[in-house]
Design a protein around this ligand. Structure first.
Ligand code: ARG
Length: 288
């Protein structure tokens, strides 16, 4: 099923690229919208399985492609039917419904999301992405929609590592391009961590702990928690969170039209109580 989703995602990318190529002279924004308009409403909901709400049949509603790395529960995961689900998806769908636009999800590696946004392959990033100063130079972020932070995780039997103070000479596993990766680099430069091993997906960073290839993983706390809930007794979180991070949705720099919609939708979804409902549901996105 995941293969099918990947194939569909690839087809979408190809369609976008081919269409964009045929639109030389038009703005990237138009090219992308044009490409996704070729996808019918039925095929979007059936193939992509997104919960995007289609309120009008007049073809007036813009469709935005949302890039995400969907192996990051509870924020985004692919369910057994190949559908991208999770808190970010539900929140983005609620914002889209409120603001009268359509969304479809494209699952791809996290490190490729900002480049995909910049080239116009996706219009929005909804991927548990932390708002950082460095990223602000490459994309525009919405208002923060949730707070998280990084935490250390080790095998349950490991009594060696209790906090950052115990990381001297250790090997760390992280997700490529994540803030966990940046934190590991910081600790390496400070002469604390000996080696960093990075992987496209968090579950691979966890696997590395299991096979003894890394001593500790640095990752977003709620996500590590979700993996522990899905498979208890293998790894555990140790010490206090290393920091506090805010997640935001990202759009291309200068795309104020879309950013304004996202921020207005977020505000309305918060005011209506829908946001709190989704938040209360957060621990329930454990399906793998
Ligand atoms: N919050 C972290 C960051 O922004 C990790 C996000 C990873 N997200 C994902 N869907 N894999 O770097």
């Amino acid at each position: 099923m995941q293969k099918l989703l990947k194939t569909i995602a690839l087809l979408l990318v190809i369609t976008t690229v081919v269409f964009a190529a045929g639109c030389a002279g038009q703005s990237k924004e138009n090219a992308t919208e044009g490409a996704v308009e070729e996808v019918t409403e039925e095929s979007v909901s059936a193939e992509n399985g997104s919960d995007a709400v289609f309120r009008s049949s007049d073809g007036e509603m813009p469709t935005y492609v949302v890039g995400t790395e969907a192996q990051f529960p509870p924020f985004e995961i692919v369910d057994s039917k190949g559908k991208v689900i999770g808190f970010d998806v539900d929140l983005m769908n609620a914002i889209a419904e409120d603001q009268g636009f359509k969304v479809e999800y494209l699952d791809q590696d996290f490190a490729g999301l900002i480049p995909a946004l910049q080239t116009g392959n996706v219009d929005i990033i909804a991927s548990g992405m932390t708002i950082t100063e460095e990223r602000e130079e490459e994309v525009d972020f919405s208002e923060p929609y949730i707070n998280a932070g990084l935490a250390l995780a080790v095998l349950t039997g490991n009594e060696d590592i209790q906090s950052v103070d115990d990381l001297k000479g250790k090997t760390v596993s992280v997700q490529t391009g994540s803030t966990g990766f940046l934190k590991a680099e910081e600790l390496q430069k400070a002469g604390i961590i000996a080696e960093i091993k990075d992987f496209p997906h968090v579950n691979e960073a966890i696997e590395e702990l299991k096979i003894g290839g890394a001593d500790v993983m640095i990752n977003d706390l709620p996500v590590t928690d979700a993996f522990i809930a899905a498979q208890p007794g293998v790894i555990k979180i140790v010490g206090e969170p290393l920091n506090s991070e805010d997640y935001g949705f990202a759009v291309r720099t200068g795309n104020t039209e879309l950013l304004t919609k996202i921020n207005a939708g977020l505000e309305n979804v918060k005011a209506s109580g829908k946001y709190d409902e989704l938040l209360a549901d957060l621990p329930n996105y454990m399906e793998e």
